[in-house]
Design a protein around this ligand. Structure first.
Ligand SMILES: Cc1ncc(COP(=O)(O)O)c(C=O)c1O
Length: 412
């Protein structure tokens, strides 16, 4: 008799569910599909030669350390480097206020573990990064979306939500945000908004989880000062990552925050994995200190800027006027809004897949049941020719939808 595995799962696993994005990873691997779905970095930009040379040197010169376990909080030299870099950017931080994680995704998971009780409301952007929401939900958190406009999360929406939950005896304590080139919308929160949001969280005594994997990938002006740099009350926890600016394969990110929080997270990490990859940390440290990562970021900015421009230009050329989209100043993502009279974005996706083009429909990014008429497009992976032809194919589909909609209106 086969084992009924679900009968063996702990009760808390009912909050662990798959994300619709995983479903798209398979699609992105199909060579016949032009995929705007995955949010992976372009693998053509991985510095294969430089990484393999650096790894070879590292193992030869420093193998005893690089191949050994490292402290749970992470390699001291890397933490020192990151602390100094953050401090130069105005985010005052010492090595002791920083822990290395297996990508920022582990940071999100560990924060969920040490901060969230089952049933806690967790304020997130509406729409928000699915992986962040999943991390909080897996600990029983209930994500509650704060409406956004082109300047970022709206303080009045935040205040209203906090009041609503507080009245019900469930005062929220955490706000999770991706303020630069947000996943999924590409929106960057303006400086004014950052001040307003900080004032609001301060008034209601919330903390902020600031997740910033895309901030360095800016294609126009620099991003505004971070929440962490603006914070005067130690209420901002900052997550950074090497995934998008170097390679995700080393799984190295970091979390910066006040001492007591870092101490608790370190204890939680001990039971998760003992330590992050020593080899990955040493590699990140070496390439950062040599200035290689900064030079690589300059190359990435140029390359991704061209892809972003190709996608926006093609959308302007091929999409009907009623289909609107964001124009991000960096990162990987464009958020597309379809007119309410269109079929849902998941139905549009079905039509797109019939023509071998993929994007992600919007529902999975929403906490409030929204996203039916929105979609996330990523320009990071496909080549420029595929971006142009994929958007042209979608444009044809949307024009046909448009024509069918107007025939239906005329029939009435
Ligand atoms: C907003 C955001 N946060 C965190 C992550 C996780 O990145 P990593 O764990 O590779 O650092 C991602 C990955 O796509 C992301 O988009």
């Amino acid at each position: 008799m086969g084992i009924e595995w679900k009968d063996y799962f702990a009760r808390r696993t009912k909050n662990i569910t798959g994300s619709q994005i995983r479903h798209f990873f398979a699609l992105t691997e199909r060579p016949d599909v032009i995929s705007f779905a995955g949010g992976f970095p372009g693998n053509d930009y991985f510095p294969f030669e430089d990484i393999s040379n650096s790894l070879a040197h590292l193992v030869r010169e420093d193998g005893r350390q690089a191949l050994q376990y490292s402290p749970t909080e992470g390699n001291y030299e890397l933490r020192k480097f990151l602390g100094e870099k953050m401090s130069r950017d105005g985010k005052l931080c010492g090595a002791d206020n920083l822990i290395i994680t297996d990508g920022s995704q582990q940071g999100l998971d560990l924060l969920g573990r040490v901060l969230i009780n089952s049933g806690d409301p967790v304020l997130v952007e509406e729409p928000a990064y699915i992986g962040g929401m999943s991390a909080f939900k897996s600990y029983g958190g209930i994500t509650v979306g704060i409406d956004m406009d082109c300047e970022g999360p709206i303080p009045a929406s935040m205040e209203q939500t906090i009041n609503k939950y507080s009245k019900a005896g469930k005062q929220p304590k955490v706000f999770y945000t991706v303020p630069n080139f947000q996943n999924p919308t590409g929106i960057t929160t303006s400086l004014k908004r950052r001040y307003e949001i900080l004032a609001t969280v301060s008034r209601y005594n919330l903390i902020i989880i600031e997740d910033n994997p895309y901030g360095d990938l800016c294609y126009e002006e620099d991003t505004p000062l971070s929440y962490k740099a603006l914070d005067r009350e130690d209420r901002v926890l900052y997550l950074g990552s090497y995934s998008k600016v170097l390679i995700p394969g080393i799984r190295i990110g970091w979390l910066a925050g006040p001492g007591p929080l870092i101490e608790k997270v370190t204890m939680a990490k001990q039971t998760a994995d003992l330590c992050s990859s020593s080899l990955g940390q040493q590699l990140a440290c070496r390439l950062s200190r040599e200035g290689y990562v900064d030079r690589h970021i300059s190359r990435l900015r140029k390359a991704y800027r061209q892809k972003r421009d190709a996608m926006i230009c093609s959308m302007e050329q091929h999409f009907p006027a009623g289909v609107t989209f964001t124009r991000p100043g960096g990162g990987f993502f464009i958020w597309v809004n379809f007119p309410a009279y269109y079929p849902s974005s998941s139905e549009l996706l079905d039509l797109a897949l019939q023509q071998n083009v993929a994007f992600v429909h919007g529902e999975g990014f929403s906490s409030n049941g929204g996203g039916r008429h929105s979609a996330r497009f990523s320009f990071s992976q496909p080549c420029i020719e595929d971006i142009v032809s994929g958007i042209r194919i979608l444009g044809d589909i949307f024009w046909e939808v448009e024509a069918n909609c107007s025939v239906r209106v005329a029939d009435h």
